[in-house]
Ligand binder design. Structure first.
Ligand SMILES: NC(=O)c1ccc[n+]([C@@H]2O[C@H](COP(=O)([O-])OP(=O)(O)OC[C@H]3O[C@@H](n4cnc5c(N)ncnc54)[C@H](O)[C@@H]3O)[C@@H](O)[C@H]2O)c1
Length: 344
């Protein structure tokens, strides 16, 4: 029986990952540490997990900055998967204090606990992000693409990413760094673009696109990302330790085309798409090169954009009670590129 510590397991990707692990490995014990910030929700954890009364699962409410708590939980674990972070780019433009505290210092706290319990930790998987790269400087972005973070969120994550790398280089911790590109799927917070468009269409509202909508992102379905992390978790150490892996789809699409696809699938009038000012520090294009993870582990995404989007729309249509409570947190006042204060 292995014990897996998942930080940030009540958030979007973390909860999908916990669900994935819980269903796939009946002999694993999962410990979730989550501070239940505005982005985390205990109800994101699968309903079949009887929180508090289950020898396969335990939930700890707490901060990854709490050294003693993190140390206690790491001391009981064999594998650490570190998702906990402040994650919204726009919010980091508005107020970035917590981003550096949680994303950088929180990662340092987790890394220090792994160092202390080096003898029992088999793998420390750090969930970084493609945002660390900034705008694509080549057709496809591989793991050697320069790190040119464009927002405070991205720079905090870049700090954490390199911090974890340094713990491998200095202390030979069994580190793997994962750089997922944009994820989408069930349980994502409404502040993020796909659920934002989908729920706006459900609520008969405008779909508001930043700038001219021509910035491009690479979207990978969350379950495919969970499968990649699972493969990284179980790969022979010599294949993955000290390595960085992109997880993406390998194709980009414009934000405008996402609004159009949502409108088409939901039969919502395309005339509801409107434009607002561009977000400062905007990444113009992200397109993943996923050949490394494909070559080393045989992973490739299984879910097409069309299928993933349909599944996502279906979830938001059927689970209104899960996201309605987030409506008040959708908009953040920032100064756009044109110097105008706007709600983004
Ligand atoms: N969503 C994406 O498209 C995407 C893409 C690439 C990388 N990532 C990375 O994946 C990870 C998870 O992203 P997500 O979209 O699920 O984020 P999320 O915002 O949905 O969830 C973050 C979780 O972390 C928890 N958390 C925040 N601060 C904490 C703290 N101080 N202590 C303990 N828990 C804390 C929150 O309560 C929440 O449950 C993050 O590290 C993010 O940078 C996300």
């Amino acid at each position: 029986m292995k014990t897996i510590l998942v930080t940030g397991g009540a958030g979007f990707i973390g909860s999908n990952f916990v669900n994935f692990l819980y269903n796939k490995y009946i002999d694993y014990k999962i410990i979730v540490l989550d501070a239940l910030t505005y982005a985390g929700d205990i109800e994101n954890l699968p309903m079949n997990i009887n929180v508090g009364q289950n020898n396969r699962f335990s939930f700890w409410y707490g901060n990854v900055r709490n050294g003693e708590l993190v140390d206690t939980l790491v001391s009981q674990s064999n594998i650490v998967v570190h998702f906990a972070a402040e994650t919204h780019v726009t919010r980091s433009i508005y107020d970035n204090f917590l981003f550096f505290e949680t994303d950088v210092l929180g990662t340092q706290t987790v890394a220090n606990a792994v160092l202390k319990h080096k003898d029992r930790i088999e793998r420390f998987i750090h969930i970084s992000t493609s945002e660390v790269y900034g705008t694509a400087g080549s057709e496809l972005m591989d793991e050697d693409h320069p790190l040119m973070p464009m927002s405070p969120y991205a720079s905090a994550k870049a700090g954490a990413d390199r911090l974890v790398y340094s713990y491998w280089a200095t202390y030979q911790l069994p580190v793997v760094i994962v750089r997922p590109f944009n994820n989408y799927g069930p349980r994502q917070h409404l502040e993020k673009v796909v659920p934002r468009f989908v729920t706006s269409a459900i609520l008969n509202e405008k779909l508001r696109v930043h700038g001219d909508g021509m910035s491009k992102r690479d979207f990978v379905y969350v379950e495919d990302n969970c499968e990649a992390i699972d493969m990284i978790m179980h790969a022979p150490p010599e294949k993955v330790i000290g390595e960085v892996f992109n997880v993406g789809f390998g194709e980009d699409q414009t934000i405008l085309s996402i609004a159009e696809d949502v409108s088409r699938i939901m039969n919502y009038d395309r005339k509801n798409i409107t434009y607002i000012g561009n977000r400062p520090g905007q990444v113009m294009r992200h397109t993943a090169n996923i050949s490394k993870i494909n070559r080393v582990l045989g992973w490739k995404p299984k879910t097409s954009w069309e299928d993933g989007l349909k599944k996502t729309i279906d979830w938001y249509q059927k689970n209104r009670q899960c996201w309605e409570k987030q409506l008040w947190m959708r908009e953040i006042p920032i100064i756009s590129v044109a110097g105008k204060r706007e709600l983004h």
